[in-house]
Ligand binder design. Sequence first.
Ligand SMILES: *Cc1c(COP(=O)(O)O)cnc(C)c1O
Length: 409
Amino acid sequence: MIKPFEKKVWLATPTMHGDELRYMTEAYETNWMSTVGKNINEVERLTCEYVGCKYAVGLSAGTAALHLAMKLAGVKPGDKVLCSDMTFDATVNPVVYEGGVPVFVDIETDTWNMSPEALEKAFELYPESKVVVIANLYGTPSRLEEIKAICQKHNAVLVEDAAESLGATYKGKQTGTFGDYGVISFNGNKIITGSSGGMLMTDSLDAANKVRKWSTQSRENAPWYQHEELGYNYRMSNVIAGVVRGQFGYLDEHIARKKAIYMRYKEGFADLPVSMNPYIEGDMEPNFWLSCILIDKEAMCRQVRSENEALYIKEDGKTCPTEILETLAKYNAEGRPIWKPMHMQPIYRMNPFVTADGNGRCRTNAYIDCGDVTDVGADIFNRGLCLPSDIKMTEEEQDKVIEIVKSCF
Ligand SMILES: *Cc1c(COP(=O)(O)O)cnc(C)c1O
C-alpha cells in the first residue's frame, strides 16, 4: 500500500534562494518602489548577457511582451497570423488583442512544437500571412532553423514565445533569439520567477525603443504628458525585478535539477508503455521545465472528455491521463493535462486549423477516432500528461510518484 504524501508534491512552484529578498529590500531601502530602478536595468542586462540578444525590455508579464510583439510585427485587424496550436492560450490571445485572426498550425510528434510541414501547408493555404507565432513547449525548442527559414522564404515576421524555455538551446544558441522578437515569462511556476513579469528580446534598437515607449503609456519627449499614439502600462516593477535579479544566478542550477527529474522519470518508466515529452538529441538541449509522459496507443484505456468533465473505463494493464491525474491527486501530488490545443477550445473553434496532411481538424467532437486525419495535437492531448516536476521534490518523493504511475497500469 502506498501512503499519500503528507506534504503536497507540486507540479512546479517557485524556488527562492535568499538573494531575491536582498534585491527587493534594496529597492525598498533606496525607495525605488516603482517601474524604474537598478533592478530593472540589471535584469535587462543579465537577460541580454545570458540569452545573447542585443536588447531586452522588462515588462509586467510575458503576455504583455507578446502583445507588444504583435504590435511590432504590425498585426492589423483581420490579418491572419499563423500560430502554434498546442500551447497556453497566452501565446495566441495577443493576436486577437490587435484584431488579428489566429490560424492554428498543428504540432509534430518529435518535439510537440509547430510542425514545419504544417507551417508550409499553412502558407500555401494562406499566402497572405505575414506573421508566425511559435511556442517552445515545456522547455523544448521548436525546430527553430527550419521554422525561421520558412518564415524568411515567405517574408514573415517570426515571434518566438520562449516563456517556458528560458535557458534551452537549439544547436548551441539560446531559444528566444531565433525570432525577430522573443518573449520570456517570470510567472510563478516558470523555470525562474519574479512572482510575475516578462521580457521582450530583440536585436533591433528601434523595436526595443518602441516597446519602452509603448509600455510606459507612450509618452512623447515633451515637458508635459504628450501623447501621439496609444500607450500601455506594461513596464516591470523594480521590486519584482529584484526577485528576478536574485533568481538569475540560479537558472543553471534549476535547469540541472529539472533535467535530473526528467532523466529519473525516463529511467523509472523504462518498462512501461509510455514515452517522455520528446526532443531531438544532439540538436536540442531543453531546460526540462516540465516532465510529461505520453501513453502508448495500445496501453490507453477508454477515455472520453467533454468540455469540462472526463470519464474513463478502467482496464487491467491499461490507463489514461484522467486515471493517472486522479490517482496522483488521491496521493496528494499535482499533475496536469497537456495544454489543450487551441483549435479544440470553444473560443477558437471557428478559426482555421492546418495539419501537416492538409486535412484539418478531426470531425468528431470527442477526438477518439479521427479516421484519416492526422491531428497530432488532439492525439497528444488525449494520451499525455505533465507530472510533478518541482525542483524541491526529493528523490524519495519522485520514486513514489513513479510507483503511483506504475500502479495505474
Ligand atoms: C506562461 C506562459 C505565457 C504567459 O506568460 P505570463 O508571464 O504568465 O503572462 C505565455 N506563453 C506560454 C507558452 C506560457 O507558458
